[in-house]
Write a protein that binds this ligand. Sequence first.
Ligand SMILES: C[S@@+](CC[C@H](N)C(=O)[O-])C[C@H]1O[C@@H](n2cnc3c(N)ncnc32)[C@H](O)[C@@H]1O
Length: 265
Amino acid sequence: MSNRQKRLKAEIAWHGGRVPRGSAALATVRQILNSRLFFDVKRHKYAYSLTNDCLKVVLRERTKDGDLILVCPSGHGRDYDVIPHTVHTFGVDIAESAVKDSSRNYPQVAHSAGDALSLPYVSDVFDIILCNLFLHHVVDDGWKPYLNEFRRVLKPGGYLIVQEPSVFYPISWVTWPLRMLLRAVFRSEVVGHVPHEHPINTSELARTMVNAGFLQVESQGSSWVHNRLYLPVARAVARYQHVLSHVPFIKHTAWMVILVARKAR
Ligand SMILES: C[S@@+](CC[C@H](N)C(=O)[O-])C[C@H]1O[C@@H](n2cnc3c(N)ncnc32)[C@H](O)[C@@H]1O
């Protein structure tokens, strides 16, 4: 089995919740990290509501009624909440179980199971592709083959909208070494990541988009509110973060960064 096949297997297993169980010590560490001290559903929902609000605005500014939008990958379908209701939505994901679940929950969306490297669509067909939280899973493959495939299925003048976690976000400087340390000790992921995913250099991704032939690559920080931040802190950050969203370089220190790239007409 090639390394890529192993990574795809891990992605598909993640949907089935098949995380290796590990030792009693690992279970204890997981319990601590998922306790109220470090995690809370309210904080998690609040953080993602901020990134979703930002994505909604970016999408609304670029869609027209009747547009065809591809959500790739679609996962369990939570990205559909940010898509305007006046467009036709398509979703594709490698994990058949996820496609099955989201087909049931979002019957208005045309779903397919497939690989983002060889999308099951003809060329020049979509007005917009939304690719949320995916490219940081495929750093080992290189981004260019995926960007080329997205460009193939976009119409001339169509937009690729990407959101990814940034390696420049200061909290990552603590969580990333901690994750590596725990992984080395327990020989396993501790909080439900797939092993090959990690925050990325979003500025480098913007340059790769240009190299892949996209025009007008724009970026903005979508939120500095990490999903484990205490709500009072999170709310304070949320109130002022808009002043940073478009500042050169500083925008790449956000927890999540949105990049918008346009295919030439
Ligand atoms: C973090 S999830 C993001 C899904 C969705 N955008 C969301 O935010 O819920 C990553 C997704 O990528 C899918 N995936 C991984 N490799 C893929 C590939 N080569 N082609 C299509 N989907 C893939 C996984 O099955 C998983 O659903």
